[in-house]
Write a protein of this length. Structure first.
Length: 222
């Protein structure tokens, strides 16, 4: 996994992000999240507000978004929290980017199930495109990170790119996904195995056959 560290707060960074504030649209989302918690517990919305702040930064920069320290200071003030408490949350969860990232954040799982199923080939495909772990490509398009298990072991190997997972990958299949993203298209998320819907066995099902095409609810039939 890539090292986690805060981007240094330089005068240039402070000048760019020191006046950060939620836009009306993002503030509406922030207030909606805060409303889920009882009076006096608004600080519990810190994870949601960090995500909202990161997404607004992404919208402003044309990237997946990240959390400069001045932005975290804004969230801390918004929730009347000490900044260190906000930083503790942001540095603990890898869903938050602590340094600038590219338009597409490619997170390759290298844990044992994915490794056994070919994550080395997936990583090599990324490297052939000029990606390097922990870095963003010169064109600002890709940031590559190796991560621990993201829960798709039954459809390994997989990567997460921004908000979507791509599973049952080979080098060729990942190339097709990356080509589509680079072209401004929206590739199909989830399994890339032809004929597979979720993580059912490849080939015909012997039980729960209605699950082949959709997430069928069997409860009324039991």
């Amino acid at each position: 996994m890539a090292d986690r560290y805060l981007e240094p707060v330089t005068p240039e960074l402070r000048e760019r992000w020191g006046a950060f504030a939620f836009t009306p649209a993002w503030e509406a989302k922030a207030k909606e999240q805060i409303s889920h918690y009882p009076e006096g517990r608004q600080k519990s919305a810190v994870m949601a507000l960090l995500d909202i702040a990161q997404r607004q930064v992404g919208e402003e920069t044309g990237t997946q978004g990240w959390l400069p320290v001045p932005v975290m200071e804004y969230v801390a003030a918004y929730l009347d929290m000490p900044i260190i408490r906000v930083v503790e949350v942001a540095t603990f969860y890898t869903m938050y980017n602590l340094v600038p990232v590219g338009k597409f954040h490619v997170q390759v799982c290298g844990t044992t199930p994915c490794w056994l199923r070919g994550s080395d080939e997936v990583m090599e495909t990324c490297k052939k495109r000029g990606m390097k772990k922990g870095h963003t490509t010169d064109d600002g398009l890709w940031t590559l990170t190796e991560v621990e298990c993201m829960g798709n072991c039954s459809s390994a190997p997989m990567v997460q790119i921004n908000d979507d997972n791509y599973e049952d990958l080979t080098g060729e299949r990942l190339d097709a996904v990356l080509d589509a993203l680079a072209a401004g298209e929206t590739p199909k998320a989830g399994t890339q195995e032809p004929g597979r819907h979720t993580v059912e066995p490849v080939g015909a099902l012997s039980t729960l056959t209605a699950m082949a095409d959709a997430n069928h609810d069997y409860r009324g039939e039991w």
